[in-house]
Design a protein around this ligand. Structure first.
Ligand SMILES: [Zn+2]
Length: 246
């Protein structure tokens, strides 16, 4: 194991789960109860800047952070972590997301179905989250909505490795994260949280408004493993949502 600093910087894999209560997307350990399951999950109930949220084209403010991505082909390992399918950067990567000039390095990406964010009160079939971390361990997530349509070739490379049970695929795969980004970077921007326990806040969210297309068969492959793994939308509260025209 690398040092804990390296582990969090280079292979951030979501909240630490050892010794914490298990959680799920339904029933007594579902989203309504996350805040009660473990002291460290308190923000899931008392947080006031939680994610996901309902996105709309009305009442938007101006962009919060100019956005540039410099994604490069990167080696990933693919795991089923019991909550989603996740591709973790294997080793290091030059893939970064720059928010107002500050570089956040890509750590992992994973999927939800249906989408966690809604757009004009509609869920999309799925949502991709590209999770990035800066040198101070601050998180920035790029959300990409996914709709049924054309077959997505790069996604097959992830799906072909995804374990149906919890565990990590032995093979790794080289992917260009640009293949998962639509043509335009027009996006909603707001301050939010992790959408899974411990629901930590201080996460900079950018959700692209142009979806990518994946085929019905590809949706079925994921949904046969995880039929529903989304957190419902949370109150916007005092926050405003910025819109970035690229
Ligand atoms: Zn997510």
């Amino acid at each position: 194991m690398p040092s804990s600093v390296q582990a969090s910087t280079l292979t951030y894999q979501g909240p630490v789960q050892a010794l914490q209560a298990s959680w799920s997307y339904e029933g007594e350990t579902g989203p309504e109860h996350w805040g009660e399951l473990d002291e460290s999950y308190a923000m899931c109930s008392i947080g006031e800047q939680q994610s996901p949220i309902a996105l709309s084209y009305s009442n938007l403010s101006s962009a919060k952070w100019p956005l540039i991505n410099t994604y490069q082909p990167t080696t990933f390992s693919v795991q089923n972590n019991g909550h989603t399918i996740q591709a973790d950067v294997n080793g290091s990567t030059a893939s970064t997301l720059r928010l107002a000039g500050v570089p956040y390095t890509l750590a992992q990406f994973h999927f939800h179905t249906p989408s966690e964010h809604t757009l004009e009160d509609e869920h999309y079939e799925m949502e991709l989250h590209l999770v990035h971390v800066d040198k101070h361990d601050n998180l920035a997530v790029l959300g990409v909505l996914m709709e049924e349509g054309d077959h997505h070739e790069a996604l097959d490379q992830v799906w072909d490795l995804m374990p149906t049970e919890e565990g990590t695929a032995t093979e790794t795969v080289v992917l260009d994260p640009n293949d998962f980004i639509p043509g335009e970077l027009d996006s909603f921007q707001y301050e939010g949280s992790l959408t899974t326990p411990p629901c930590d806040e201080g996460v900079k969210w950018t959700v692209l408004d142009e979806p990518i297309q994946v085929s019905r068969e590809q949706l079925d492959r994921f949904q046969s493993i995880y039929p529903s793994n989304y957190r419902p939308v949370q109150d916007l509260g005092n926050r405003d949502i910025g819109y970035h025209y690229h």
